[in-house]
Ligand binder design. Sequence first.
Ligand code: AN7
Length: 356
Amino acid sequence: MIKEGSVWKGVVTEFRQYLPEIKDSAIVTLLEGNTPLVETKNLRDSINKDIRLYLKYEGVNPTCSFKDRGMTLAVSKAVESGSKAVICASTGNTSAAAGAYAARAGIKAYVLIPEGKIALGKLSQAIMHGAQVIQVKGNFDEALTLVREISDKYPITLVNSINPYRIEGQKTAAFEVCIHLGRAPDYHFLPVGNAGNITAYWKGYKEFKELKITDSLPKMMGFQAEGAAPIVNGKVIVNPETVATAIRIGNPASWQGAVSARDESAGVINAVSDEEILKAYHLVAEKEGIFCEPASAASIAGVIQMNRKNIFKKGDTVVCTLTGHGLKDPDTAIKSSAEPVTRQAKVEEILEVMDL
Ligand code: AN7
């Protein structure tokens, strides 16, 4: 006989006392959340042996990114209000999550994506879940303007992070970090695109502190890609460009939320180059066996950059959010790596390559 275990029920049910009220019957979940907080060793040693470096691996959520945390609540609330359709603009991951949770809810999803600028895995997800995918001849920021206008005029629920339920759901990741560590970290590093996630984490950390579940707050450390760094530059970027297509955003919707998180926590929002992003992307895969997408690696590139500036003290606890799974974007993985060798099917040819 085995005993019935305590099975994870998804972030809305698990954290409902900290979330807006919702009827049980409206909850749409794919059992997202409860993602691993992996303590690194090899990666840490290659950066700074004196810190404790953890990775919050959001790539193992149901649609393989952190977006599931916000989407479960946003779609649940849409269902509760009787909505029959959701819409979003997306650099890819939001569209994958919207497609999946709308499918689960039995409602329609419309997703607007910048043509040719989303990773293949994400496009395949939105299509497979039956979302109406509309490729826009323009960038994410233009697509966001369109969906705001359409959702204002028609009875379709906007599920970009302008929808406050998205932020509410996403703040649960900060709760999990505190629960797993038994405290708040000293630093929390994450990539910044539309700036919803840094806003959400900061909200989550502050709430746990106000409730006296934790007794400190982390410094919030946000990293934009150099070619898509409006917050760092203090101005909208009209034509953002970066290899990290997930954060190819020039006018973030939660700009002010990110600035508040930075200023209230005495953190930073800095830029990292595509080269630094790709280096960190390969480093974490090679050193820790964790494959994240390029945008996610901006957080690790940020740790490396800040370590060069000597900000860390011995024993500091540093958490990086790895926002999405590496398999989302196989093209970048392959293009940025050495090509595998090909040989005849003969032992001696193989041994020669193996250099035995
Ligand atoms: C892997 O899917 O904006 O700063 O439309 O997919 O909260 O926007 C994705 C963003 C980081 C940035 N890492 O988070 C979208 C979208 C990954 C992402 C971000 C995104 P925010």
